[in-house]
Design a protein around this ligand. Structure first.
Ligand code: FAD
Length: 483
């Protein structure tokens, strides 16, 4: 490949979790140079970086295909490479004569380390590098308490974010991107094996549409049809009451500022939506809150945020863990959630709390076990959000739910799934039970069980642990910790 002269030297845009063209500041920066642009995605599975889970790999496969198509529509391409990022970028610079590399920042501790080292190496080799902010509402180091410390409590964080979020400009997608004289070689996406085979368990993922267009379609449908009822419907797992934007946000197919602006716009056009939009924006802000927590406490992914939890008497219970993962605990709300997760790669937020609480408090299994399972099975698996929320449920996190507040899966079911719609859908073997029995089938009269074709211990498990016993055991465990 002949090396281009400096004014025409290409710019490499390193796509990571910003798989979109609109409001992508690194891409915009490259396009504005007027020089040829080489869009690049690297599957970097180097040791020391947390490998994406199976559901995330499924998503990434489709999202990259979608990104490649949109780039092609701009006269460009997506170059795919697998290996260590530094080696690949340095090799591409040598092969293409590129003199500038740009990307949007990520904040997971292992990625910060990698990117910092890479930036220094590229600069000392004479390349220009620049990184941009495109995946959070605000940089995780910007907002501080009055005492100048990072926030540990959500409400003041939210108030500050709400009042300080500056007027921001959203940037449109480029309509064309100058191509280099010759394209560097690219891997074949199919060859990466991101889509599961033997077996292909992804049949239940069909409702997802990874990619920028899919993200905007989800956002549009949510704002138009579901925003008004969001403050109440968001807690009801049997209805489609939330935005389902989390995997799109994780992969950066849409940026949080785009979502923010669209929700504010909806409220502006329909003032009756203002309070619903505010609730939605505050939920979106939890994402930033968790990212700033992980940024300031980089060991949070594996260590308790509150060190007082370090001696917690976790149990080893492989059978319990396995029953939980397979949705066979005998507690219908927990099982429904775990089966929704396995089938679709997603679980409703309310049920995530119930299922996580059950693992931690009813089974006394370390929250890190649950975090790992979610990491592998969620399409929206996200280091900051997963860790932050697991620690929130465990009580070991910042601004966490106190450990002694132990969810009753039955009470939660009766409150948030009063007609049993959610359980009926995901635990069909209980569908014939009346709503007042469906959340505690072991209490149902024998004739109702018989009528519904339910034989406990055969067609559906008996509870793997008694609720009252588990509750007392959890409180004792907490006491021992304090002692
Ligand atoms: P909406 O209600 O429509 O909210 C809009 C957006 O706000 C979401 O897409 C998400 O980006 C953000 N958001 C909402 N709630 C939260 C929250 N509690 N924490 C952080 N961001 C939030 N979310 C992830 O994105 N990735 C995870 O790996 C993850 N793991 C979780 C593990 C547990 C144990 C729990 C209890 C929650 C977890 N969540 C995680 C948070 C939450 O459940 C999901 O973000 C939410 O269910 C996504 O659905 P939605 O897009 O329809 O949300």
């Amino acid at each position: 490949m002949s090396r281009p002269t400096a004014p025409q030297a290409p710019v490499i845009v390193w796509f990571r979790r910003d798989l979109r063209l609109a409001d992508n500041l690194a891409l915009l920066n490259a396009a504005r140079t007027g020089r040829p642009v080489i869009p690049l995605f690297i599957l970097d599975e180097t040791e020391g970086l947390r490998a994406a889970g199976a559901a995330s790999r499924w998503w990434l496969d489709k999202s990259l295909a979608a990104l490649a198509r949109t780039l092609e529509a701009c006269g460009s391409r997506l170059v795919l490479r697998r290996g260590e990022a530094a080696q690949i970028i340095e090799g591409l610079i040598r092969d293409t004569g590129a003199t500038r590399v740009v990307w949007n920042r990520l904040y997971d501790p292992d990625l910060i380390d990698r990117d910092t080292r890479l930036k220094a190496a590229l600069r000392s080799a004479g390349a220009q590098t620049e990184s941009f902010s495109a995946s959070l509402l605000t940089e995780p180091w910007l907002l501080k308490t009055k005492a100048g410390a990072p926030f540990k409590v959500f409400t003041p964080f939210w108030r500050t974010l709400r009042s300080e979020i500056a007027a921001f400009t959203l940037h449109s997608a480029p309509t064309s991107l100058p191509a280099p004289d010759a394209w560097p070689a690219s891997d074949d996406l199919g060859g990466w094996g991101l889509h599961p085979r033997k077996p292909d368990w992804s049949g239940g993922f069909a409702d997802w549409s990874p990619g920028e267009a899919g993200a905007h379609a989800r956002l549009g449908a949510f704002l138009e049809r579901r925003l008004a009822a969001y403050p109440t419907a968001r807690d009801v797992p049997g209805v489609n009451g939330t935005s389902n934007l989390s995997p799109h946000l994780h992969w950066g197919e849409i940026g949080p500022r785009q979502v923010w602006r669209a929700a504010e716009g909806a409220a502006h056009h329909h003032p009756a939506l203002a309070s619903a939009a505010e609730k939605f924006l505050s939920e979106l802000a939890w994402r930033d809150f968790n990212h700033q927590l992980l940024f300031h406490h980089p060991d949070m992914q594996t260590a308790n945020f509150k060190q007082g939890f370090d001696g917690f008497p976790w149990r080893s219970d492989p059978a319990g863990l396995s029953a939980w993962k397979r949705g066979q605990t005998g507690y219908p709300m927990v099982d429904a959630g775990m089966r929704q997760l396995w089938t679709t790669g997603f679980m409703h937020n309310r049920v995530r709390m119930i299922a996580a609480s059950f693992l931690i408090k009813h089974l006394l299994i370390d929250w890190r076990e649950g975090e790992r399972w979610f990491w592998d099975t969620l399409v929206d698996a996200d280091e900051a959000n997963n860790t932050g929320n697991w620690q929130w449920v465990a009580g070991s996190g910042a601004d966490a739910a106190p450990f002694f507040r132990i969810f009753s899966p039955m009470g939660q079911g009766e409150r948030f799934d009063p007609q049993g719609d959610y359980v009926q859908r995901w635990v069909p073997e209980l569908a014939g039970l009346d709503p007042n029995a469906i959340h505690a089938p072991w209490k149902a009269p024998p004739e109702q069980l018989q009528r519904a074709g339910v034989v406990l211990g055969q067609t559906y498990p008996k509870p793997i642990v008694d609720h009252d016993f588990a509750r007392n055991r959890a409180l004792e465990a907490l006491k021992s910790l304090k002692g």
